[in-house]
Ligand binder design. Sequence first.
Ligand code: MV4
Length: 448
Amino acid sequence: MFKKILIANRGEIAVRIIRAARELDIPTVAVYSEADKNSLHVKLADESVCIGSVSSAESYLKIPNIIAAAEITGADAIHPGYGFLSENTKFSEICGMYNITFIGPRAECITKMGDKATARATAIANGVPVTNGTGIVSSVAVAKKLIKDKIGYPVMIKATAGGGGKGMRIANTEKELEENMVAAQNEAESAFGNPDVYIEKYLKNPRHIEIQILGDKHGNVIYLGERDCSIQRRHQKLIEEAPSFSLPIDIRNKMGIAAVTLASAIKYDSAGTLEFLVDGNNDFYFMEMNTRVQVEHTVTEMITGLDIIKLQIQIAAGAKLNIKQNDIVLTGHAIECRINAEDPRNDFLPSPGIIEKFIVPGGNGVRVDTHSYQGYEISPYYDSMIGKLITFGIDRNEAIAKMKRALREFIIEGIDTTIPFHLEVLDNKLYKDGKISTNFIAENFSNK
Ligand code: MV4
C-alpha cells in the first residue's frame, strides 16, 4: 500500500479523498493555492504545501509545483480528483517518471478516451452501440455527402478533443451545417488546439444515463449500475440519481455489459464512467468515457454500499478487485443535489463570498460532502460548489421526501445558493413522475 498520498485538488473532492485515505490508514498531503489556505482540505490533511497563487494555472494545474510538493513530503502516490489534472496524460506520465503512482487509469486509457472520435471508433470495434455517425470529417463537402447518404438531418457536430458539451453544434439543414461546422472547428481549435470534428445523428430529448465501472490491474472489470444525470443546465449537472427511475432492468444489464466490454477492451484499470444517451425506446448509445472519479459517484456508493474512492486507491496500489459482478446488489434509491453558490433567480450568476451561517442537515439517510463551514469564503476563482447533499431512501419517493426535508433544514446565509431551485424541481410534477430528459430544465425552467 502507499506510504503517503498527495491530493492534487481542492474543495469537497479533496476532503472526500483525505477521508478515504485515513480509513485506509494512509497519511495525506494537501496542496493549496493562496486563495485556499483556510480550506477544510488543508485542515484535514496530515501535511499541506502551498503550491502557488490564486489562479489555477499557477497552482492546481502547475505540474512542476505539484511534483515538487510530492518530492518534498515523500508522497508515493497522487490522487488527482476530478477536473484540473485528472485527465491529463502528460501529468500521469510525469508522475511515473518520478516513481509516483497516479491514482487513475493507465495513460493510454486517458489518451484513447480523451479523443472522442477514437473512443467512438473503439466502441464500434467492440460492438458497443453508438449513434449513426462518422469519424473525423475533413471538409464540409465530405460531411454533406455522408449526411445525405447515410445519416440525415438533424445532426450534431462534435469536437473530437471536446466532451461535456464544449465544441458542439446542432445542424438542421445543409446551410446550418456549413455555418456551424466551421464555427465548431474554430471553437475547437481555440479551446483545445485541435479543430477536428465528427458528426452524429442528433437525438431529441435523450436521457443522460451513465454506468460506473471499476477495473483492476489484473483484467477484472465490473459495473456498479447506472446514474441518471438528465437534470442539467448548460452542461452543468444539478441533480443526479441512482438507479435511473425509468430504466428497465434488462436495459441496465445490457448497458452494464456494453460498458464492461469497452472498458475491458482498453484494459481499463481504475474507477471510470461510460456516458450513454438513451432514447424513448430505451435504445442506448455510447457517447464518451470519463477516465476519472466523478462528482456524482456518491449516489452509486449509497445504493451499492461500496466506497468507490477507497477501492480506486486499492486498485492503484495493485490490489485485485475482491468483488465479483454477482456480489453487486443495488438497494434503494439515492439522489444528489449540487449546492452551488449561485443565484438561481438571476441566471445562476455566481455568488462568491463569506458563508455567514452554515447549519448542515443530517438524520436518517442524509449525507453531506462539503469543504465548507461557517465563516469560510467561497472564492470567485474556482467552481462555485458549496457542497453536495445526498439522500438515500428505500425507493425514489422516500429519497425525494428526505431530500426536501434536508434542503429545508440546510441554512446557508451570506451568499445565494441553488437550494430554492432544487426545492422547485423536487415539487415539479414531471420530475416526481420521473419524466425527465436533458431538456427538462430548459423546457420547464426557461424563466431561470
Ligand atoms: C448528443 C446529443 C444529442 N444527440 N449527441 C452533450 C454532452 C456530451 N457528452 C454529449 N452531449 C449531447 N450529445 C447526439 N448525437 C445531446 C447532447 C446533450 C446533452 C447530453 C447529456 C446531458 C445534457 C445534454 C444537454 C445538451 C445536449
